[in-house]
Write a new protein. Structure first.
Length: 301
C-alpha cells in the first residue's frame, strides 16, 4: 500500500471507517459529510494512482526534513484536511523527534472554513499552532464579493435585487421535497447570493521571518497569480511546494518561472491528461507540480 519509502519513516495506521468518519491514513478522522465519496482517500493500492498519494509524499518529505519545528501554509485549505495530516505525521515520526508546529490555512469558501475548526478538533490539532484565514488570495489587499457556499453546489452568477433569505428558503423547500433538479422562480433566476470577503495578498500569508517547510497551493486557477505576486518571498522563505494546477497555460508559466528561479521540479503532471507516475498511471483532472527550492538544498562538498 505504501510503496514510497518515505512512509517507512512514520508510524502509520489506517483509521477505521464507521458511521461518522471515513477511513484515512495516519488515523486521520474525516467526517463523511465533509467530503464526497469520489474524494475519499482510498484504503487500498488504488491510492497510489491518485493525486492525493503524491501530496502525501510531498508533505511527509517536508515533515521528515524539518528541524526542530514544522511550518506549513495551505492556500485553498478546504476543511483543513492537510493541516491535520501534517500534524498527525509530525507526531508519528519513528525516530522520536518532536516538532513544534506552525500551520497557516487560507480558505475562501465559507462552509469549508467553518468546518475547519471542527475537523482540527476531531484530530486533536492544537489550535494555538494554527492561523486560519477566511479570505480570497490575489495580488492586492482589500475586499470583494464572493459566492456563499451551498451544499447543493448551486453556483450563482448574477446579482439581482432579491433577498438572500428568499433564496435559502426556496432551496430548503426544494430539498425537503427531494428535488434533484432545482429551478428558481424568475425573480430569483441567476441570483448570486454573495458576501463581502477579505482579499489578501499572498505575501501577507508569510508572517514574520518564518522559513516554511511546505507551501501547498490549491486555489482553482489562482495558482499562477499567487506565485507571480509573491515570488521574491517564496524564493526566500519556502523550502518545498506542492501546487495543484488547472490549465496547461498555468502549468507552462509556473514551470518557466520556477526553473528560472532555482527551483528543482520533482514531478509535473499536466491537467486533463494521464499522469505516468512512479507508482502507476492515473487520470489527472487537475495537474500537479512538486518542487523544491534549490536555495535550501544541501550543497555537495
Amino acid at each position: 500500500m505504501y510503496a514510497h519509502p518515505i512512509f517507512d519513516k512514520f508510524r502509520n495506521e489506517l483509521s477505521g471507517a464507521d458511521g461518522e468518519f471515513i477511513a484515512a491514513p495516519f488515523n486521520q478522522k474525516i467526517r463523511r459529510d465533509f467530503i464526497s465519496a469520489s474524494e475519499a482517500p482510498p484504503g487500498d493500492a488504488a491510492w497510489q494512482r491518485s493525486h492525493d498519494y503524491y501530496k502525501w509524499i510531498d508533505m511527509l518529505e517536508a515533515v521528515d526534513r524539518a528541524e526542530g519545528s514544522f511550518a506549513m501554509i495551505d492556500l485553498g485549505a478546504g476543511f483543513g484536511r492537510w493541516l491535520s495530516a501534517a500534524a498527525l505525521a509530525a507526531a508519528g515520526l519513528r525516530d522520536g523527534r518532536r516538532l513544534d508546529l506552525k500551520l497557516v490555512a487560507v480558505e475562501a469558501d465559507d462552509r469549508k472554513y467553518e468546518r475547519m475548526a471542527t475537523h482540527l478538533q476531531d484530530n486533536g490539532v492544537d489550535r494555538a499552532a494554527c492561523a486560519l484565514v477566511n479570505a480570497v488570495l490575489s495580488d492586492y489587499t482589500g475586499y470583494s464579493l464572493f459566492p456563499k457556499s451551498f451544499d447543493s453546489c448551486f453556483t450563482p452568477i448574477i446579482d439581482l435585487d432579491v433577498r438572500s433569505d428568499q433564496i435559502q428558503a426556496h432551496l430548503d423547500q426544494c430539498y425537503r421535497r427531494g428535488a434533484w433538479l432545482i429551478t428558481l422562480p424568475n425573480d430569483m433566476f441567476l441570483y448570486a447570493l454573495k458576501r463581502t470577503i477579505s482579499v489578501v495578498h499572498a505575501m501577507d500569508m508569510l508572517p514574520g521571518q518564518t522559513i516554511f517547510d511546505l507551501l501547498s497551493i490549491d486555489i482553482q486557477g489562482g495558482e499562477l497569480l499567487a506565485i507571480q505576486g509573491s515570488l521574491n518571498s517564496i524564493n526566500e522563505r519556502i523550502k518545498k511546494m506542492h501546487i495543484r494546477t488547472t490549465s496547461r497555460f498555468n502549468e507552462f508559466k509556473i514551470y518557466k518561472i520556477l526553473t528560472e528561479n532555482n527551483w528543482v521540479i520533482n514531478r509535473i503532471y499536466n491537467s486533463s491528461s494521464t499522469a505516468y507516475g512512479e507508482f502507476g498511471d492515473y487520470w489527472c483532472e487537475d495537474g500537479l507540480i512538486s518542487c523544491v527550492n534549490g536555495r535550501f538544498m544541501p550543497r555537495e562538498i
